[in-house]
Design a protein around this ligand. Structure first.
Ligand code: NAP
Length: 226
């Protein structure tokens, strides 16, 4: 069965995920950081696009020792499965998420990926192949479901999130809105990509909760069925 897809992003009041140079920005504070760590610990897998790996080099591990212990007590791996959507297998072999922290890693590639790089990757991670020029996200989710992933948390960035919306694969969204303006028409936003033109293609949301958190606000949304 296809996993439940939960997006989590932190954005500035003007809806930017980072600067126009794609430099990571501290948008939230301690309270939100702890919430995100708990959401990670409750998820079976965490997914990012290759753009985020190249820009931020995240490890995508759970930071709290207590949360890691709780997962181990439940018979789970210390960290959720870490998944990178990377059509052309551009991920550097030195990326933090490939060697930091215990747990399984999945790199999803398309037929465009260099076969030699795929062979290298297969020595250290699970490689899922699908899609001609870009990763077939619906198929990837089916394969993750078959691996036992029930809840998939998506950390961004905006291009991957837009692809997930286009394929109608998103169930829930958490947006933390921080107390800053980043600006810039080219700075990444929650859903980049081509953008939707016809009203029927817009995703409609239901607000489940709005909570003041630290110096910002956390919005929890459900994606309405189409
Ligand atoms: N504030 C936050 O919460 C937050 C969270 C995460 C990231 N960010 C920021 O977001 C920025 C990175 O975002 P980004 O938009 O450049 O990159 P991204 O969304 O992380 O990755 C996008 C890439 O994924 C690959 N991809 C493969 N198949 C795809 C498909 N079916 N649909 C969509 N993408 C597919 C494409 O590259 P290939 O064609 O090469 O495969 C695409 O360019 C960074 O600046 C980072 O700091 C912020």
């Amino acid at each position: 069965m296809r996993p439940r897809v939960v997006i989590n992003v932190a954005m500035s009041l003007d809806g930017k995920l980072s600067t126009r140079e794609r430099k990571q920005v501290k948008i939230s504070g301690k309270e939100d950081f702890e919430r995100v760590d708990k959401l990670k610990a409750k998820s079976d897998a965490i997914m990012v696009g290759i753009g985020t790996v190249l820009a931020d080099d995240p490890s995508l591990t759970i930071k709290s020792d207590e949360l890691k212990h709780k997962r181990l007590e439940k018979g789970l791996e210390e960290n959720p499965v870490r998944v990178v959507v990377d059509s052309a297998a551009r991920i550097p072999l030195t990326s933090s998420l490939l060697y930091k922290g215990k747990g399984r890693r999945v790199i999803a590639v398309s037929r465009r990926a260099d076969p030699q790089k795929v062979i290298e990757l297969k020595k250290i991670v699970t490689v899922i192949e699908g899609g001609e020029t870009e990763v077939d996200l619906a198929r990837l989710l089916d394969e993750l479901g078959a691996m036992g992933v029930h809840q998939l948390m998506v950390e961004g960035g905006g291009t991957l999130i837009s692809g997930l919306f286009a394929a109608r694969l998103v169930d829930e969204i958490y947006t933390f809105i921080g107390n800053l303006i980043i600006g810039g028409k080219d700075a990444p936003t929650l859903a980049d990509g081509e953008g939707f033109v016809r009203e029927n293609d817009f995703s409609r949301l239901t607000l489940l909760e709005a909570t003041q958190l630290g110096k910002g606000i956390l919005l929890h949304w459900k994606v309405s069925p189409q």
